[in-house]
Design a protein. Structure first.
Length: 204
């Protein structure tokens, strides 16, 4: 299975229900930024999905445990985040299996979500993931937080974001500006009173 966004907007009797948005974070865990982000998410009661790199997960097992213990989902972002076009199908699938096994060993929970590096997949790689029973998750909204240069820029994007039910946001918890993007979205959503952050399992 491959998903790029969640279910569309639900309207019942002419009334728009809560806007459900999934926050996803790639490229962690990072000891400088991920715990700070986790503290904020806990404070606000927000759950998310973290697509982690296996070699970083092996190095920072305690952060992986913290992510799981906080009620977030964990996803597989390969073991080394190698360049997709330079990585053959066998190596890619070996990295996915290695990362899956590691995350399941650390958390004691199944790990079924995969996000390939840069979102790039060949037909062979996708077929391999299907055979492994993995669900590929891409995204529908990309703030490009990895290109931002200040908290002000991140907050401006978050404040101007117009959410729609089913949005899957791509952020990066190894960069400092992801927190400012989420903080601005949360503050704007609270003022509207109709935004709800969900885990991917809510939709699939």
């Amino acid at each position: 299975m491959l998903i790029c966004q969640g279910p569309g907007r639900n309207v019942q009797q002419g009334v728009v229900s809560e806007i459900e948005v999934a926050l996803t974070f790639d490229d962690g865990p990072c000891p400088e930024t991920t715990p700070v982000l986790l503290d904020f998410l806990k404070e606000k009661g927000i759950t998310a999905t973290f697509f982690v790199i296996g070699e970083k997960a092996a190095r920072y097992r305690e952060i992986i445990q913290q992510i799981a213990a906080s009620g977030h989902e964990l996803g597989n972002h390969s073991y080394t985040h190698s360049e997709p076009r330079e990585t053959g199908t066998k190596r890619f699938l070996d990295e996915i299996r290695k990362t899956r096994d590691l995350l399941e060993e650390i958390t004691g929970r199944p790990c079924r979500w995969v996000r390939p590096p840069k979102g790039e997949l060949s037909i062979g790689k996708q077929l391999g993931l299907w055979r492994e029973g993995m669900t590929t998750v891409l995204w529908s909204v990309d703030p490009r937080d990895y290109l931002m240069s200040s908290a002000m820029q991140a907050k401006a994007w978050g404040s101007s974001y117009q959410p729609a039910t089913g949005d899957i946001l791509l952020l990066h918890d190894n960069h400092p500006w992801a927190l400012d993007v989420v903080r601005a979205i949360a503050e704007t959503g609270s003022s509207r009173g109709n935004i709800r952050f969900v885990r991917l399992a809510r939709w699939v």
